[in-house]
Design a protein around this ligand. Structure first.
Ligand code: NAG
Length: 309
């Protein structure tokens, strides 16, 4: 700066301002606030239960608001699908996604599903894809959500459903990234005929135990139909996501962490293989506490967003 003639300084200032303006503009385009950003809630830091009419009749969900929730402060949203036979209250305790030490800034939804669509044992005629879209829209209308940072996670049948969601050209659009755990991928067993993601790449994370007796790592016959092997399922996502290279590191003796570079982005596809782990949600007493890893993975991504005029 000292070498520049004084008359250059206003030009530099102007360029700097233009630059800041461009950055601010990009930020508003990429992180659109939802309609509910004007709504205040007096129960932040807590979880509440609500229900409404959607596919399958009266559907209920729990919602946790971080204590940092505020009017006009758009926060990310995570939809967490419990496994078959489980329920939102138990899943909230298991995952600890409402614990601010793990998840300080993401609004978390725990929808109730009984069995999520996909396996043969699911409720015929119920569309959980439609329920999900209705639910996410309802939350966006009533809470301040960063619409480019809506995520899905789940366990077992609920994890398989996040796969179904990611493969749906219509219903995956509003999600930025997916993180199934011990996934029962009944709707994505082979090929791409049931998987048409709305964009490529689509950030995807999966964690699975090699001693899972319910949804075997090697695939095969599940309670709800044929299941893919986890390596096959991952290789399909690696292809769909234009992944080129991968590397695996050991997080501990039993925990193998593989990250793929996809469409030039490091870690856009990630898999954690847990030697000897069963079908349970990997928690504090497991080989790895998976919940902070799920939050860390998802929080990196936001949907490329264009304003619809
Ligand atoms: C599954 O493994 C966890 C440890 O990760 C253990 O606490 C739990 O009891 C096991 N569950 C079954 C059904 O074996």
């Amino acid at each position: 700066m000292a070498l520049l003639a004084p008359r250059c300084i206003p030009i530099l200032t102007l360029l700097l301002l233009l630059d800041l303006f461009a950055a601010a503009k990009a930020a508003t385009v990429q992180h659109p606030r939802s309609k509910g950003c004007t709504v205040s809630h007096d129960w932040k830091g807590q979880t509440r239960e609500f229900s409404f009419q959607s596919s399958g009749g009266m559907r209920s969900y729990r919602i946790h608001l971080p204590s940092s929730y505020a009017v006009n402060k758009a926060l990310p949203l995570l939809v967490a699908y419990h496994g078959s036979g489980n329920n939102p209250a138990k899943f909230e305790v298991e995952t600890r996604f409402s614990d601010e030490g793990i998840n300080p800034h993401v609004i978390t939804l725990y929808p109730a599903g009984g069995n999520w669509q996909g396996p043969t044992y699911a409720e015929p005629g119920v569309s959980d894809l439609v329920f999900t879209t209705d639910l996410v829209n309802r939350i966006k209308d009533n809470y301040c959500v960063d619409q480019s940072r809506v995520y899905a996670t789940g366990h077992s049948n609920g994890a398989g459903f996040t796969g179904t969601l990611a493969c749906s050209p219509e219903h995956a659009r509003q999600f930025a990234a997916f993180a199934p755990v011990s996934g029962a991928f009944y709707t994505d067993v082979n090929g791409d005929q049931n998987c048409l993601p709305p964009r490529s790449p689509l950030p995807m994370f999966e964690a699975h135990g090699t001693a899972d007796p319910i949804i075997p790592y090697a695939g095969g016959k599940g309670r709800g139909g044929p299941l893919p092997s986890i390596p096959d399922w991952l290789s399909r996502w690696a292809r769909r996501n234009q992944c080129t290279t991968s590397s695996t590191k050991l997080l501990s003796n039993a925990v193998h962490d593989t990250e793929w570079k996809c469409a030039g982005v490091d870690g856009l596809l990630r898999h954690i293989k847990i030697d000897g782990h069963n079908h349970s949600w990997p928690g504090k007493n497991s080989e790895i506490d998976i919940s902070p890893v799920v939050i860390g993975f998802l929080s990196q991504f936001h949907t490329p967003w264009t304003l619809v005029v």
